[in-house]
Design a protein around this ligand. Structure first.
Ligand code: URA
Length: 175
């Protein structure tokens, strides 16, 4: 389902400044999926342009992954109030948009548990699944999903940073 800038499919529409569409190369075979727009993303209309985005940019550069060569998107396209985690209902309402984003992708990096649980459809423990790849069927389309840490989880955790950097490096081979 194409993203509607006036979307009212879930209650997140009432608190957002704008719907935040995917950015980067929309035709890339590789996508990075985060959780939800934060305050700066909500203001600027682009995913990962705030603090987590700066961490992501730095790790992508270190991994040799060019931000303009991948698609970057989120599980939900509107900012949740107080930056809380999106609910299961909100993620389900936004799923047709995520399915649209990912319909031609072959390799997806799920940044954090919201993205990973949304794509795999079950509860996960990050320490058990970090940097594992899963075969996922999304709207009849097969793709590989590598689960890893969200950049925000890395801000004070060098170990998580190393794991996320390795995942980003793995994506380079799929471009
Ligand atoms: N965190 C996310 O998951 N996505 C963004 O776009 C920004 C921060």
């Amino acid at each position: 389902m194409p993203l509607d800038p006036e979307c009212r499919r879930c209650p997140l529409c009432s608190g957002r400044t704008q719907v935040v569409p995917p950015s980067g190369d929309l035709r890339s075979k590789v996508a990075l999926v985060g959780e939800a727009p934060g305050a700066q993303e909500d203001q600027l209309g682009r995913p990962f342009v705030g603090r987590a985005g700066r961490t992501l940019d730095k790790l992508m550069a270190e991994a040799g992954l060019d931000r303009e060569k991948v698609m970057i998107t989120n599980t939900v396209k509107c900012r949740p109030p107080e930056n809380r985690r999106p609910t299961g209902e909100e993620a389900s309402s936004c799923r047709p948009h995520l399915a649209e984003d990912l319909k031609e992708k072959t390799f997806v990096i799920a940044l954090g548990l919201s993205a990973a649980e949304g794509l795999l459809g079950r509860k996960l423990v990050m320490s058990e699944v970090a940097n594992r790849t899963f075969d996922v069927e999304l709207d009849g389309h097969e793709l590989k999903v590598m689960v890893t840490y969200h950049p925000s989880a890395c801000i004070y955790r060098p170990q998580a940073k190393d794991v996320l950097r390795d995942a980003l490096r793995a994506a380079v081979a799929h471009l």
